[in-house]
Design a protein around this ligand. Structure first.
Ligand SMILES: [Zn+2]
Length: 302
């Protein structure tokens, strides 16, 4: 087996959400898992050079999904010759990002550039679609693709021996062990997410998660995922009556915010820690994501 070392890079994103990329160093070269946003590229380059490497030596990039905080800088590595591995449903958006860019610009407006940067097309011959269960060997390392819809329909968790690059599958978790699910539109699906969690938990050899927001989770992985599944279900149940009653969006967001803050308070977090969690997971995003889920599942409320 080829030896490897995983470097966690905090990309020092200037928004409220901490974002990591993971540099896998093997004796045969470098693999990057997640690229973070285009707006953090200079930070990532700097951190890679501080680790003693040249970012230009990265010729293989694995994406967990194509949201801008995970895949936004993939095109820069591709311009430098890298091959990008991704889910079949993410392919079109990376090959022709015009739609993705347009919808993000509609949401973020003038802040788009500052928050996320831009996107450019990745040529077809540098994009590799990876099917569920497929193992790809890169520089002597076997990465197994685990399709894991729920947060996004184009989500892959990548297994490398006992390590799992979980993307957003295992939620947002800071050092104190509290986990919350990021639920932005348009793909949130509670049942799919729960099934994806169970799929990963069934893989006995995995003992460490590398999560993009942010870091390493070890120890009680079953407990971590159980909490996440429970929170997901309860978030959705909380918002169901708001969906059914077609409550005003602002009011829904305010009440959801109070609800999630109370939950964090009950976990024993400090005011600062609660704020960090709240800021990292936009309430309006989660409300819209979960209301959309209910709409798809139940149809328009009568
Ligand atoms: Zn995401």
């Amino acid at each position: 087996m080829t030896d490897y070392k995983i470097h966690i890079i905090d990309t020092q994103y200037h928004g409220p959400l901490p974002i990591a990329t993971f540099l896998v160093e093997s004796s045969k070269g470098l693999v990057l898992v997640e690229t973070s946003a285009h707006s953090t590229l200079e930070n990532v380059k700097l951190k890679i050079s501080e680790l003693g490497f040249d970012w230009k030596d990265i010729q293989h990039v694995l994406l967990t999904h194509i949201h801008l905080d995970h895949a936004g800088a993939a095109w820069c590595f591709a311009e430098n010759g890298a091959t990008v591995y991704l889910h079949p449903f993410g392919y079109n958006h990376m090959n022709d990002p015009s739609k993705l860019l347009k919808s993000a610009t509609m949401i973020y407006g003038d802040l788009m550039d500052y928050l996320w940067g831009t996107l450019k097309p990745i040529p077809a011959d540098q994009l590799v679609i990876v099917e569920d269960g497929e193992v790809i060997n890169i520089l002597g390392l076997d990465f197994k693709s685990i399709h894991s819809p729920g947060h996004a329909k184009h989500h892959i968790a990548w297994q490398l021996n006992n390590h799992l690059f979980a993307g957003d599958l295992a939620g947002i978790c800071f050092e104190n062990g509290v986990v919350i699910p990021p639920c932005p539109p348009p793909d949130i699906n509670i049942e799919d997410w729960t099934n994806s969690i169970d799929k990963v938990l069934a893989i006995q050899e995995i003992d460490t998660y590398y999560i993009t927001h942010i870091g390493k989770v070890t120890g009680d992985l079953i407990g971590h995922m159980k909490k996440l599944k429970k929170t997901l279900k309860e978030y959705a149940e909380f918002l169901l009556p708001y969906f059914q009653n077609q409550t005003d969006l602002n009011q829904t967001v305010q009440e959801f915010k109070r609800y999630t803050m109370d939950r964090l308070k009950a976990e024993g977090l400090s005011v600062k820690q609660i704020k960090d969690y709240e800021d990292s997971n936009s309430a309006i995003g989660s409300v819209q994501g979960i209301l959309r889920y209910w709409g798809k599942k139940l149809g328009a409320p009568q």
